[in-house]
Design a protein around this ligand. Structure first.
Ligand SMILES: [Zn+2]
Length: 162
């Protein structure tokens, strides 16, 4: 029995290896050039569909994994009320303009209801105010940096106490 790659005489058992899709009986040295065949086709077959699923591309509307979220400002109710009063509008007026019931405006101004992003945007435009804070969720490095800064300040404070 000779190795099908290097032609060396195989003293021990030949190793069946798969090179470029064809099984070859080779020596130990040459077996590293291919995939060693043990339980043929089964593991490769099982890997098949899974691999296809992983490889399938899901259409994404957003370019990267960076996600932008909008957070409603804590004092949105005061901002809305003050901006409305500045314009000399009543709650009814604002309600008519944003196409919402007066009760909605009332609840917004008393912080009993938080507007969703769509409604907040509408109010922002009409009253020329900012209700939403843009939060860009990157890798969390910013958060890490901030917490580091925080610990430094804490350390200084602790040192001063002594
Ligand atoms: Zn060989």
């Amino acid at each position: 029995m000779r190795c099908e790659i290097c032609g060396k005489k195989i003293i021990d058992e030949p190793i069946t290896t798969k090179i470029d899709g064809s099984a070859m009986k080779v020596c130990k040295d040459c077996s590293k050039f291919g995939k060693i065949q043990r339980t043929p086709s089964k593991p490769a077959h099982a890997r098949g569909p899974q691999g296809t699923a992983r490889g399938r591309r899901i259409p994404q509307s957003r370019p990267r994994r960076r996600e932008t979220t909008y957070e409603l400002l804590e004092d949105y109710n005061t901002i809305i009320r003050q901006a409305r009063e500045k314009k000399g509008w009543s709650r009814e007026d604002l309600g008519r303009i944003i196409n919402e019931k007066v009760s909605v405006v009332s609840r917004l101004e008393t912080a009993h209801m938080a507007p969703d992003t769509k409604l907040a945007r509408k109010i922002e435009k009409i009253l020329k105010i900012d209700l939403l804070e843009k939060i860009e969720d990157t890798t969390g490095e910013e958060f890490k940096a901030n917490s580091l800064k925080g610990s430094t300040i804490g350390d200084i404070a602790r040192i001063k106490k002594h």
